[in-house]
Design a protein around this ligand. Structure first.
Ligand code: FES
Ligand code: FES
Length: 169
């Protein structure tokens, strides 16, 4: 069974121990996805697996067989068109070194879907409210698995707020 990566079918690695992160970076040379800690602590390696955010350092490539993987390289539109959230990161100064950015953006896109589904978080006061109100506390909590060592968190939150505003039903 193959893995669909940004719309292209690829063969899984022969070695069943290869992580999804290493498949992307080392085998497919899709280096937009970053390796930070390689142990599930920083979020730099976050990608979308069938639309859900996963830490690709803790996911075996074999677990993605038959699934759709989307990385930062697969988010932009045709040509030079950026994804709305990529553009918002530029406009709201959501990055400095940029190392955490691909993971932040993939994570936030899936997080927006979680919000729309009405998934509660640790800071949701009224878990019967669906969808939960979009507060900065909600965004910060839901993005707490993605660390930014440069301290660009305020710009990151503002960029995500912009996307949520623009895509509100
Ligand atoms: S590299 Fe995967 S969580 Fe840090
Ligand atoms: S922009 Fe440098 S780690 Fe986030």
């Amino acid at each position: 069974m193959t893995i669909r990566v940004n719309g292209t079918e690829v063969s899984p690695p022969d070695d069943a121990r290869v992580s999804l992160l290493d498949l992307l970076r080392e085998h497919l040379h899709l280096t937009g996805t970053k390796k930070g800690c390689d142990q599930g602590a920083c979020g730099a390696c976050t990608v979308l697996l069938d639309g859900n955010r996963v830490l690709s350092c803790l996911t075996l490539a074999a677990q993605a067989e038959g699934s759709d993987v989307r990385t930062i390289e697969g988010l932009a539109g045709e040509g030079d068109d950026l994804h709305m959230l990529q553009q918002a990161f530029v406009e709201y100064d959501g990055l400095q070194c940029g190392y955490c950015t691909p993971g932040q953006i993939c994570s936030a896109i899936a997080m927006a879907d979680e919000l729309r589904r009405g998934d509660p978080s640790y800071v949701t006061r009224d878990i019967a409210a669906s969808p939960p109100p979009v507060t900065r506390a909600e965004i910060r909590e839901r993005m707490s698995g993605n660390l930014c060592r440069c301290g660009a968190h305020n710009g990151i939150v503002e960029a995500i707020e912009h996307m949520l505003r623009e895509t509100a039903a």
